[in-house]
Design a protein around this ligand. Structure first.
Ligand SMILES: Cc1cc2nc3c(=O)[nH]c(=O)nc-3n(C[C@H](O)[C@H](O)[C@H](O)COP(=O)(O)OP(=O)(O)OC[C@H]3O[C@@H](n4cnc5c(N)ncnc54)[C@H](O)[C@@H]3O)c2cc1C
Length: 340
């Protein structure tokens, strides 16, 4: 069996390492951070990947909340069961990392990947040999850069986390997830309000093909102003989300999750794609004749919708109608299944 080094203990790296260990591979999982998951992220996870994330929506852990209600503009949409779970990424990843250690994965935190050549991995802590390298190191992937693969399409996103008890939280709906579509402010992207166990996350994101970095930043602060939220009331962070897929298999080097550019360019949702692609990459390594059907499907997912929504007059009209359209049960079910 292969000796494998997985770079990045995010959803992609965790899911990949777990599948590899289950099949007897010797796995080193590296992360430069002492607390993987401490990053800009809404933590919203839709049904699509609850099982892979180890989430039972009927019994969500203390660090997560499940929601049945979505507010779009001035319309409120109720669903029969929960449609999204909002996670504390740090706590959720810490629990998954403990499970990996229990099944014999060599997890090395605060160790930064530096390079790979002739079967040797270099880190800031030394070097070791391995047969296969997996870059699950996020949107700014060093592994991807070393392969010479361009980053391409990304979603840029801004978010502020306001802690509970803060005055800004009093006027914000805490029992529903709120989204706002506004082509003028957010291009083909959108803004979200995700209540958490201990506060509220308010953010917005849009692809680099539909809005410039400067315009998105200005929209974020003007939207907060409109809501009466002072950015100084919380912690403001920004980040990019990889949506430019250009292959995931390069001889004995593989890419998964944001590093492979597999997040949705419409919703910026990348946790589910990271979990799925991590597992798929592991399967290709375990069985070298296996070729994932899921990865090309993830890469194509939402791409055409993104391109259509990026055309200003189409995006503007569709987003203006979104709150009313989502009231129609059939369309709501379809949209939440596809884009939730
Ligand atoms: C503001 C914002 C809000 C978002 N909200 C949502 C949301 O609500 N729902 C959703 O599904 N997605 C959301 N996303 C996207 C989501 O965060 C990513 O798609 C997802 O985290 C990708 O998972 P990953 O495992 O591929 O990479 P990451 O989660 O980024 O993990 C990569 C890991 O690699 C490590 N690493 C990087 N470089 C090195 C190195 N050289 N050596 C060692 N370790 C390294 C990092 O420390 C990190 O832990 C959001 C993103 C942003 C920026």
């Amino acid at each position: 069996m292969n000796d494998v080094c997985v770079v990045g203990a995010g959803p992609a790296g965790i899911s990949c390492a777990r599948e590899l260990r289950r099949h007897g591979c010797v796995v080193v999982l590296l992360d430069r951070s002492s607390q993987p998951g401490d990053k800009a992220c809404g933590g919203g996870l839709t049904e699509y990947a609850w099982e892979l994330a180890g989430i039972d929506p009927g019994r969500v852990p203390d660090h997560a909340r499940a929601f049945h209600r979505l507010v779009v503009g001035d319309k409120s949409v109720e669903t029969d069961g929960p449609f999204v779970v909002v996670l504390d990424r740090k706590k959720w990843q810490a629990a998954r990392i403990d499970e990996l250690r229990e099944i014999g994965c060599d997890v090395r935190l605060e160790e930064r990947f530096m390079g790979f050549s002739r079967g040797e991995v270099r880190t800031d802590g030394g070097s070791f040999g391995c047969d296969v390298l997996i870059g699950a190191d996020g949107a700014a992937s060093r592994v991807r850069r070393l392969l010479g693969v361009q980053r391409g399409l990304v979603v840029r996103a801004w978010q502020v986390t306001v802690p509970s008890g803060h005055r800004a939280c009093e006027t914000i709906e805490r029992e529903a997830v709120t989204v706002r579509f506004d082509h003028r402010l957010f291009g083909s992207g959108y803004a979200w309000i995700f209540p958490t166990v201990d506060g509220v996350r308010l953010g917005c994101g849009a692809s680099n093909a539909s809005l410039s970095a400067g315009d998105l930043k200005a929209s974020f602060f003007s939207w907060l102003d409109e809501l009466g939220v002072n950015p100084k009331d919380g912690r403001v962070r920004c980040g990019t989300i990889g949506c430019g897929y250009a292959g995931h298999r390069f001889r004995n080097v593989f890419l998964a999750g944001d590093a492979a550019g597999l997040a949705s360019p419409v919703t910026g949702e990348g946790i589910a794609s990271a979990l799925i692609s991590g597992r798929e990459v592991a399967r290709e390594i375990i069985d070298p004749s296996c070729r994932s059907k899921e990865i090309p499907r993830l890469a194509a997912r939402h791409r055409r919708t993104h391109d259509i929504l990026s055309i200003p007059w189409i995006g503007r009209s569709l987003y203006r109608l979104a709150p009313s359209i989502l009231k129609i049960p059939f369309i709501r079910t379809e949209a939440m299944g596809r884009y939730g």
